[in-house]
Each structure stands twice: as structure tokens, then as C-alpha cells.
Design a protein. Structure first.
Length: 827
């Protein structure tokens, strides 16, 4: 039937299975709807039973409800069945009663709370004992259905009112509309709390009541503005909770997709939803209950002691009506605008001789004299909007207020931090001053919020730095790959090690990546076969920076070096081997991914026997002095001219000569390859060296528990350079606590904003695993007659370590202030 009547709007026809309701607001529209439905039915070849059809009725029965002019009501026969229902004696009879009664639960206020004793009897392993509270609930439900009200059909032209309340048992809601004849109930909703929800504090239960009610009436409320009325005053500032966490944060995020207002209504006036008594919160220290935002109270309208906070799908602070006296005062104090105000007061345009000695701004306004006016003493300029041709009057902004206006049209919460074009068009809708396009471009370029999220436009790309090696095991790079699919042997990680000179790789399948497991694998593998390396290079993983690994390097006399944070190119040889190894494992383990560790030795053999581009030799030749016998050699045999193996002493001498020759050849090839690689890499280099004391942006993306990485900023600043540690490595202070961090120049960019980090008293150094975000108190500063801005620090949390083995010194925290629009102050 849905296919037959597809395309007919619900304003003309409603269909459910084989029940069809063709309707209209008048006789003509109802007849047109009926004609359209009958034409569809006839075209589909269907037949209608005459006894089951009712035409041109003012009241009909549809899906167990009486639908008429006054609204929707219950059916008498079903209500009588509930009234005559005998007292249940077991769970089966009780389920039947609750099933029938629940069909009309939308007509009963607080249905779940009233029926809570009956629902408790249906719990698992609960003995069926019909107590006094059960009988009382049973009789109350039957009486409520007898007196069930007539629910009004929703009118799209009227605003919706959603009254919510929560008790110790459950939550209830009433959806109503305000019409000419007063409030009309559209539907009731209620639901009981489970065991965990009953332990919530009052604020959390009241918030849950709002969330559940909005979910239930989503098809009424989505896409339109509505008002939520609650008797819990803390929820007036629902969308202004500071740093909500966990469940509360998810609820608030869900509500942000709706447009609604939260209004507090005292309990005596909230009786329609307040079916059960309320009690104060018994949980001490509940942060949600204690939140009181004085700045939000100043912005809320006051009516009968109740505050209303406008909450939209995106919370925004817009410029309110400007204080004309403040604008006039600021314009009169501006040296460029004062003469123009005098000309307009006198209604006289002076000759050019008087204007020639004035500033460029004044001359520009003199040229547009016919487009200027004084409105309540405020200087305005006429501007014709290109899209509509509509003439708009722009306020001429004095120098003292241009920063606040730019912040309002670009950096405010509701302004979106858009680019130059959109910010410029938004500014022109209400403001004007000479060379405002240049100021908008400069403001957008220096905006800290945009740079932190989008990244600075001026980025650095340092030249290639090389570490020359000349013999095997001089420098070995190590790293861990994983987790991979767990194999039958319990392996999930791969420890890789590669000699920088011979390119000889080692790879060990491991069950975990702990420091002890890695140390055992290296000692029993590469070190036992080829001896200890002179230098071992790794990233800044905890396993390689642990005391166990440091003790291993000290015992074997290996110098330990590490990469800079967030710069894997510092160990590019090992990273490139990972790519090759994973490609080969993916091919051979395509059908059975959990046996990749069985294929790992053969993948290593293939790599060791392949000629490397940089050395023009195989890793086996440079490490062992001979080539490996590959499966191809076993299948087709050795070439016929292969010389026989000489005796022991002669073989040793020839092997030594062969290794010396191969190593000398490889050194020459590596030198040539290094020159070629550096030449090709340095073509893309740009930027400059940074000096001590300079402010920088740092690229430091972090994944934090409970935070979505897509909504986090990847650039942090400003950070002050402390020293230049090498050609491309810098040490600087990381806000807000001033931790010392060393990063590669590719992760840095010059800071072009306006914030300046302030020195603070010295504090203990943070642990190597990182510190949590710093939080400072919010200070509010009035910056004009119509704007209120707040200075707040940017909370940062970064995990990074310094280079080298020296200990971490203590530093002074240095919180850079970020400028955030709070909202307008009242004139």
C-alpha cells in the first residue's frame, strides 16, 4: 500500500499497512484527497470493502484512536476493557494488562512512574507478590484512562512547549502548544529509571529527562524552535557548562542539533510535569549542580525571577543593539572622524582647500559625503548590497573599536572563523572604515584560532641532514611495527633493526612491545650474530627510552640516539623498510592474515638478497661477504663457471679481500647517493633559521582520551625558542606550563599573532610522559561600549621529550592568552 500511495503528502493521506486515512481541512480539500487516493487504488487494481469504508466523516476511528475536530482521544471499548480487567494473579495476566494500558500511555501523565510498582513485578527472578502499592497503581491506571484527556493535534504554525521533570523513580514530559485558547496538550511521555540512573544526582536526572523527552518527540521538534521548561534552575545554563565530561558532554552534544530555549519554572507552576515530589541532591561535590555562570545571567532576560537562555544548534554570541551614546563618543574622540561629524552637524560640505590638509581617511569620507548621514548622532555610510541591490547603512567604525568589530565578525563563536572573503562580506553588512579590506586580511592571517586549526601559511622545510657511515654495525636503527593480527603463536608486534651501512634487516615477531621483550630479542638476535653496534637509533617510544633499554646500551657500550618528536623522517631507513615489509607480508598473507609470522623469515631473505639502490650491492654481500642462495638458485642450480670453494685459510683471505672491496665500493656508492638525495630533497627546502627568544607555532597533534581528534587543533602557540640545538633542531617552551621540548624545524612556523607568553614562577619539570592541560581563571575585560571579551589560556597537553641524555631542568610556565568573544554587554 505504501508503494501504491507513494508521493501523496501526509497532509492529504496517511497510510499504515491496509488502513488509509484521506483527510483535508475543508470539504473541498478532503474530497480532492479522497479522489487522489481512489484513483491510485483503481490504477493498482485493488478493491475496497464497502462495509469497512467511511466517507466524509468529521470523526473516525484510526489505529485504535478517535480522531476528530477537537483532537485525538481513546476508544471507549478499549478503555472499558481496561476498566473491567480483573486483578492479575500472575506475570502473564499482568503483561496483558500493561500491554493494553501502555497503548494509551501518551494520554496518561506520568504513566511510567504510576505503573512502576507493576513493572517491578516483571523483573527477572522477582517473586510475584501483589502488594498494596501494586493494587494502588492498578486502580490509578484504570482511573486515569477513564479520565484520559483529548489530545490536540499539533499545529505547525504554533510554537511547541516541552515541560520535563524527574523524580527518584523516573522522568516525565508534556508536549504542548500555546494557542489563542491557551495551552493545549499534544502528548504525554514518561519512563522509569533503571538501577544505575536512580543513583544520578538531581541535575543529571533532570538533564536526562530533557534528553529523553527530546528524543521521544524528535519528529515534532526537529527543525523548529521550541521552549523547554524545567523546575531545575541549574539547567538554565545548560549549554554553558564549563568543560562537561563523559555522559553529560555527550548529552549536551546531542542537544546541540536542536534549536530551543531553556526556561526555569518554579515547581508550583510546573505541576503538569512534576508528578512526583522532588528532593535535594544528596551527592556532595557534584560539579553539575554547582555550576553558576554569572556572565550568562547578565545576558539572560529577567521575567518574574526566571531567566531564559537562547540555545541554537550552534551556540553563538551576536552583536546586540549598539549603545548609540558610546558610538558617538568614540567617533568624536577619533581625529579622522571628528571633522566629518562637524560637517554633517552643520549640513555643509567644505571645499577641497579645507580638506587637502586632512588625513586620507577624512578625505575618503569627504568624497563619499552624499552617502553619509547622522542617525541618532552616529555617523553612518550608505552601501548598496551587490546581490539584492538593497541599500544598507553601515556604521563608520573609529580606530578604537576596529579590533572588537573584527573579533565579532570573525573570531566570535557564531562567526565561524571564516576566510577573508566571507569575513569581509559579513563586516560590510553593518560596518565600514577606510582600508577595512587590508585590516580584515591582516586580522585573519594573525588569528590564533584559525592558525591553530588550519595551520600557518608560512611553513618551514629544512634541508636534508645526513649521518655518514663507513662500516657494518656502526649505526643500527630499531623500531616496532604493530599491532598486527594476533597469530597462533600469540605474536602481534614486529621488532625491526637495520644496519645503516649494509642495509641488512632483522625482524622479530613479538607478543608484546615491552622493553624487556625488545631487549631479549636484540641480544638473542642481531647482537649475538654480528656483535654490538656502536650506535643505536630509535624513536621516542617508552620501550626504547626505558631504564631497561638504557641499561642494555650501557652494558654493551652502545651510544643511544633518538629522533625528534613527530618527525619519523629522522629514522627514514627503518620506516622505508617497514613499508616494503608490510607490502610483501600483505601479498603472501592475503588469505590467512593470522600466519604472517610464518612468512616473515622468507620476506627477510628476499630483502637481504635484493640489490639496494644506494649501495648497488645486496645486504648479504656487504654483511656476509657472499650472496644468499635463493629459491631461484635451488631450482636452476649455479652457473657452470662458478669457481669451487677454496680451502679454509685461502677462503678466509679471499673473503676478507672480497669484503674490503665490496665495502670500499659501497662507500663510494653511498657518497654518490647521498649527494643525489640531498640535491633532490633540498630543492623543496624553504624557511629560515630561528633565533633564541623568537615566538613560534609548533605542530603537535595529540590523541587524548575523551576528545575527538577531528575537533582538536594540531598547532600550538606561541612558543618561545630557548636555544638552537643543531642545524635543524630547536628547544623551546611549550605552553601552558612551560615544558622544554625539542622539535625539528619542519614542525615549526613563525608566529604572526598578537598574544605574548608571560613569564611565570619556576615550577617542577613535568614527567617525560607529558602533562595535563593547564586551566587558569577566566578574567573578563570590557573593550568598548557594546562588546565584552574574555582572556583565557589555551589548554594544551603534549607528550614529547628532549634530545640527548641530559636530565630535564625545571621551567617556568608560560600561558599564552587567547582571545575569545563572550558576548555583548547591555548598553
Amino acid at each position: 500500500m505504501d508503494r501504491v500511495l507513494a508521493g501523496i503528502p501526509r497532509q492529504q493521506c496517511i497510510v499504515y499497512l491496509d488502513d488509509i486515512l484521506a483527510h483535508g481541512g475543508s470539504f473541498e480539500t478532503a474530497l480532492a484527497s479522497l479522489r487522489k487516493v481512489l484513483e491510485r487504488v483503481a490504477a493498482a487494481g485493488l478493491k475496497l470493502h464497502p462495509d469497512k469504508c467511511h466517507f466524509l466523516r468529521r470523526e473516525v476511528t484510526f489505529l485504535g484512536h478517535r480522531v476528530g475536530e477537537e483532537g485525538i482521544s481513546t476508544m471507549e471499548d478499549k478503555v472499558k476493557a481496561v476498566q473491567d480487567w480483573p486483578t492479575p494473579t500472575d506475570t502473564r495476566q499482568l503483561k496483558s494488562f500493561l500491554g493494553l494500558a501502555s497503548y494509551y500511555r501518551r494520554f496518561v501523565r506520568g504513566f511510567s512512574c504510576v505503573a512502576a510498582p507493576l513493572f517491578r513485578l516483571l523483573q527477572k527472578d522477582r517473586e510475584f507478590v501483589w502488594a498494596e502499592d501494586c493494587q494502588s497503581a492498578f486502580e490509578t491506571l484504570k482511573g486515569a484512562l477513564t479520565k484520559a484527556p483529548v489530545l490536540s493535534p499539533p499545529d505547525p504554525a504554533l510554537p511547541f512547549l516541552l515541560d520535563t521533570d524527574a523524580s527518584n523513580v523516573g522522568n516525565g514530559a508534556v508536549l504542548a502548544q500555546e494557542g489563542p485558547e491557551g495551552e493545549r496538550v499534544v502528548a504525554y511521555y514518561s519512563r522509569t529509571f533503571n538501577k544505575a540512573e536512580r543513583r544520578y544526582c538531581v541535575t543529571r536526572r533532570e538533564l536526562l529527562a530533557i534528553v529523553r523527552a527530546v528524543r521521544h518527540f524528535k519528529y515534532y521538534l526537529c527543525g523548529r524552535h521550541f521552549t523547554v521548561r524545567t523546575d531545575h534552575s541549574a539547567l538554565q545554563w545548560l549549554m554553558s557548562f564549563k568543560e562537561p565530561e563523559g555522559q553529560v558532554a555527550r548529552w549536551i552534544e546531542e542537544l546541540q542539533s536542536y534549536s530551543f530555549s531553556v526556561v526555569h519554572r518554579a515547581g508550583v507552576r510546573h505541576a503538569n510535569a512534576d508528578a512526583l515530589s522532588r528532593r535535594p541532591c544528596s551527592q556532595d561535590g557534584c560539579r553539575n549542580c554547582e555550576r553558576r555562570e554569572s556572565r550568562e545571567k547578565e545576558l539572560c532576560s529577567q521575567e518574574e525571577g526566571c531567566s531564559a537562555v537562547e540555545v541554537a544548534s550552534q551556540v553563538c554570541c551576536e552583536l546586540r543593539e549598539v549603545d548609540t551614546a558610546g558610538w558617538r563618543r568614540q567617533q568624536e574622540e577619533d581625529a579622522d572622524l571628528r571633522p566629518v561629524l562637524q560637517w554633517l552637524d552643520q549640513q555643509r560640505r567644505p571645499p577641497w582647500e579645507e580638506v587637502a590638509v586632512l588625513s586620507l581617511v577624512t578625505k575618503g569620507l569627504w568624497a563619499k559625503f552624499k552617502a553619509l548621514r547622522l542617525w541618532d548622532g552616529v555617523l553612518q555610510r550608505a552601501w548598496k548590497e551587490p546581490a539584492t541591490g538593497e541599500v544598507r547603512w553601515q556604521v563608520v567604525v573609529p580606530h578604537s573599536l576596529r579590533g572588537e568589530v573584527l573579533q565579532a565578525v570573525h573570531g566570535a563563536v557564531g562567526s565561524g572563523h571564516f576566510g577573508v572573503t566571507k569575513t569581509l562580506r559579513r563586516l560590510r553588512l553593518g560596518f565600514y572604515w577606510g582600508q577595512h579590506k587590508r585590516d580584515v586580511e591582516d586580522f585573519c592571517r594573525r588569528c590564533d584560532g584559525c592558525t591553530a586549526r588550519k595551520g600557518p601559511t608560512e611553513r618551514s622545510h629544512a634541508q636534508l641532514q645526513q649521518f655518514p657511515v663507513g662500516f657494518p654495525m656502526e649505526r643500527v636503527g630499531v623500531d616496532v611495527v604493530g599491532p598486527q593480527p594476533c597469530t597462533e603463536r600469540g605474536n602481534k608486534y614486529v621488532l625491526t633493526a637495520m644496519d645503516y651501512f649494509t642495509k641488512w634487516p632483522e625482524a622479530y615477531a613479538l607478543p608484546d612491545q615491552g622493553a624487556e621483550t625488545i631487549a631479549d630479542a636484540l641480544v638473542g638476535g642481531m647482537n649475538s650474530r654480528f656483535g654490538a653496534a656502536e650506535s643505536i637509533h630509535s624513536d621516542q617510544g617508552r620501550n626504547f627510552e626505558s631504564c631497561v633499554f638504557a641499561a642494555l646500551c650501557s652494558r654493551l657500550d652502545m651510544q643511544k640516539t633518538r629522533t625528534t618528536p613527530l618527525h619519523p623522517q629522522s629514522d627514514g631507513l627503518v620506516e622505508r623498510f617497514h613499508r616494503c615489509m608490510e607490502q610483501q607480508l600483505a601479498i603472501v598473507s592475503a588469505e590467512h592474515q593470522r600466519d604472517w609470522d610464518n612468512h616473515l623469515p622468507l620476506v627477510l631473505m628476499a630483502y637481504r638478497s635484493a640489490v639496494q639502490e644506494s649501495t648497488s650491492c645486496t645486504p648479504a654481500l656487504l654483511m656476509l661477504g657472499r650472496e644468499l642462495r635463493t629459491p631461484a638458485d635451488l631450482a636452476f642450480g649455479r652457473p657452470p663457471d662458478t669457481p669451487p670453494v677454496p680451502p679454509g685459510p685461502e677462503y678466509a683471505r679471499r673473503l676478507q679481500d672480497r669484503l674490503e672491496t665490496a665495502h670500499s665500493f659501497a662507500r663510494g656508492q653511498l657518497l654518490s647517493a647521498g649527494v643525489r638525495q640531498k640535491r633532490n630533497y633540498d630543492v623543496r627546502s624553504r624557511g629560515r633559521h630561528f633565533e633564541a627568544g623568537e615566538l613560534l607555532w609548533t605542530y603537535s597533534p595529540q590523541r587524548k582520551k575523551g576528545r575527538c581528534p577531528k575537533l582538536d587543533s594540531e598547532w600550538i602557540g606561541p612558543c618561545r625558542v630557548l636555544e638552537r640545538m643543531g642545524e635543524v633542531v630547536y628547544r623551546f617552551q611549550l605552553p601552558p606550563r612551560g615544558r622544554r621540548v625539542a622539535l625539528h624545524r619542519d614542525r615549526l612556523a613563525p608566529y604572526r599573532g598578537t598574544a605574548t607568553p608571560q613569564p611565570a614562577p619556576a615550577s617542577p619539570a613535568a614527567p617525560r610522559t607529558g602533562v595535563g592541560p593547564g586551566h587558569a581563571h577566566l578574567s573578563v575585560l570590557a573593550l568598548g561600549p557594546h562588546l565584552t571579551l574574555s582572556l583565557s589560556p589555551l589548554p594544551v597537553d603534549h607528550h614529547s621529550q628532549q634530545l640527548g641524555p641530559q636530565p630535564r631542568p625545571s621551567l617556568s610556565p608560560c600561558p599564552p592568552p587567547g582571545l575569545t568573544l563572550v558576548g555583548p554587554s547591555r548598553p
